[in-house]
Write a protein that binds this ligand. Structure first.
Ligand code: K7E
Ligand code: RUQ
Ligand code: CUA
Ligand code: CA
Length: 637
């Protein structure tokens, strides 16, 4: 599509009058408590903003909408976040691996089932560490269906639905520690007709005993690391590959055939000095079609209690390129990051301990697998010197790469073709185009649509790890900076310093017309939805089920009476159909707190272990009589 077309017709989502009119009508209808009487038409499905408007200098005036969504990770706060760009407005936080008491994530039965529980019903984990968010693909660009995000802490992969921007599945990887890099495939490796994401690949950074059950504690030389493949649709782990060395970040090719991870520990070392011993580390490529053929032929093992097929991708088992599933391409020392260029031709790996970026040509990697390239190193077509501490590389779709330089506190813009010419011996090739100061110590940088064939070269975001003097001091913990840079001209221009709570790593910048959200749920999406017919209280022994509805400004039951010792389940359906009309449900001293959006159903289960009168109240400002929206929850002694 033509992203240059300026369309501002959709910039204001609705008129002020329109919105006010609706809530005024609601005020009247609400007081009569006509639960079945709500005639407002639901507007579920397909809410899309028009193509980006041009915002000069990054300014987005009040009432105007941004051009892009940025979906960013949040490090050890365990969530995902959505920013509008270029304004930097924080639009939403999506709880994933963390507990969020606003939404009730980790509190409701439904969210607990997604997060995973222990046999006693409590959460298995309450913490997480998200580094990388990537979108699902169709035909080389985002299809707006899913986001995939990693948890380095407990080696889990989560999927977020992009229509509701909520986590819908979480899978823990067996026999994996330090799951860092994640990337969806862009096309099926076997069936070229399948031009969308079907698999998600996961790299493991830490070596562990296999299985990790107390064996081999004193002998790290026996430990190993597994590359995992997860089905995008079912989120089940399909297979794993044991590799030599570790895996850090992950990238996939546009033809679906290759996935790769940069390796900073080819030494298989268990200490710092050991991990820095080798002159070169590697980028390990996996031939996905061959891996799956081995799995299909039963040529795999399993580890411990896991049923997941594990294929051997170590060097000794892959000496013959023509049958090999893995190819280890030597790159700069201790690389951090591997990124695919939007033309589909190259992967770029940069070495933290080497001032270089290594450019690997994918066609040559495939030729190596065919036996037509002698040495894996011969797949390297450029290795320019770009600066100190190079980490991650973004692209503008015009042949230029932008690499974050952690030590130099810069983003360096360099030309890929010039780097290739220089590598071939052209001494006049102009590789480095600009070095741009960022403030300070950048981790990831990423560009607008830069991980797709539609890279548009408009913005680069630099996620900086140290903000130092850039903001008002707020105590020992400083904010992080998401620095937005305009890369559309000949020179890079700083647009804004957006603050971010610790600690954003990677993210993607997605054109707003790609994202199609729904604003209201379908009640039928929830099998446990409460209707006027099923509403009420039901007792079976000491199990009490309270089926409740909310409609502004009341719950369907003014009094709920249970006995001390009962196991209480409250299922709450928000009967309101009006966009933005969310209710809350909180019960003091019982640690219950969650929201229900229009037409949504959620439930909580808890033991009524202390007697008394407790006002169950609405936490989410919903109505002029919001404060009056409360019912008595009575627990008899
Ligand atoms: Cu460089 Cu975890 Cu992507 Cu952070 S990693 S910055
Ligand atoms: S009341 S508008 Cu709690 Cu001051 Cu909120
Ligand atoms: Cu319902 Cu506030
Ligand atoms: Ca190393």
């Amino acid at each position: 599509m033509d992203s240059k077309k300026i369309d501002t017709t959709n910039d204001t989502p609705s008129t002020r009058r329109g919105f006010l009119g609706k809530s005024a009508a609601l005020g009247l209808a609400g007081v009569t408590l006509g639960l079945a009487g709500c005639k407002d038409e639901a507007t579920a499905g397909g809410k899309t903003a028009a193509a980006p408007a041009a915002h000069k200098g990054g300014e987005v005036a009040p009432g105007q909408l941004d051009d892009y969504y940025a979906f960013i990770s949040s490090g050890h706060s365990g969530e995902a976040r959505i920013l509008g760009l270029p304004s930097g407005r924080e639009l939403k936080r999506i709880p994933v691996f963390n507990i969020d008491c606003m939404v009730g994530w980790g509190i409701t039965n439904e969210s607990k089932a997604i997060m995973g529980t222990k046999p006693d019903g409590s959460l298995k984990y309450t913490t997480g560490d998200t580094h990388h968010v990537h979108g699902s693909y169709k035909n080389g660009t985002y299809d707006g269906r899913w986001l995939f995000i990693n948890d380095k802490l407990h080696s889990r992969v989560a999927r977020i639905r992009m229509d509701t921007m909520e986590t819908d599945k979480i899978t823990e990887l067996p026999n994996v520690a330090g799951f860092h890099g994640i990337f969806p495939d862009k096309r099926d490796p076997v069936d070229p007709k399948i031009d969308y994401t079907t698999r998600v690949f996961c790299g493991a950074e830490f070596h562990i005993p296999l299985p990790n059950d107390g064996r081999d504690l004193e002998d790290p030389s026996k430990w190993g690391a597994l590359f995992s493949c997860v089905s995008a649709e079912t989120m089940e782990v399909m297979w794993q590959v044991r590799v030599d060395g570790n895996m850090d970040l992950c990238a996939t090719s546009y033809d679906g055939k290759l996935a790769a991870c940069n390796q900073y520990n080819v030494e298989n070392a268990a200490d710092l000095n050991g991990m820095m011993a080798a002159e070169r580390d590697a980028c390990v490529f996996l031939h996905i079609e061959r891996v799956e053929a081995l799995v299909k032929a039963g040529k795999y093992t399993t580890i411990g209690s896991s049923k997941v097929p594990v294929v051997d991708g170590r060097k000794t088992a892959n000496a013959d390129p023509k049958t090999a599933i893995s190819c280890y391409v030597p790159v700069g020392k201790n690389p951090h990051g591997v990124n695919a260029s939007p033309d589909g031709k190259y992967f770029v790996c940069s070495g933290k301990l080497s001032p270089t970026a290594t450019v690997i040509e994918l066609a040559k990697v495939l030729q190596w697998f065919d036996g037509n390239v002698k040495d894996p190193r011969d797949t390297v077509v450029a290795e320019p010197e770009i600066g100190l501490g190079p980490l991650h590389t973004a692209f503008d779709g015009k042949g230029n790469a932008y690499t974050s330089l952690f030590l130099d506190s810069q983003a360096v813009k360099w030309n890929v073709d010039a780097a290739i010419a220089q590598f071939k011996g052209d001494k006049n090739a102009k590789v480095i185009l600009e070095k741009f100061d960022v403030h300070y110590q950048p981790g990831h940088n990423y560009s607008s649509m830069g991980e797709t064939t539609q890279a548009d070269g408009k913005y680069l975001n630099s996620g900086n790890k140290f903000s130092k003097d850039r903001f008002l001091p707020v105590g020992p913990l400083h904010p992080e900076t998401e620095q937005l840079i305009d890369i559309s001209g000949a020179n890079m221009k700083l647009v804004a310093d957006h603050t971010a709570y610790s600690e954003p790593h990677d993210g993607i910048i997605v054109r707003r017309d790609v994202v199609k959200t729904r604003q209201i749920y379908n009640m039928t999406d929830f099998p446990n939805a409460v209707t006027p017919e099923t509403a009420g209280i039901e007792r079976k022994g000491n199990k009490v089920h309270v089926r409740l509805m909310s409609q502004a400004p009341a719950y369907s039951m003014p009094v709920i009476k249970v006995k001390k010792g009962d196991e209480v389940t409250i299922t709450l359906t928000n009967y309101d159909k009006v966009e933005d009309l969310t209710h809350g449900c909180a019960i003091p001293t019982y640690n219950i707190n969650f929201i229900v959006n229009p037409q949504e159903t959620k439930s909580v289960t808890f033991k009524a272990d202390h007697a008394g009168a407790f006002w169950m109240y609405c936490t989410h400002f919903c109505h002029a009589l919001h404060l009056e929206m409360r019912s008595r929850f009575l627990v008899e002694a």
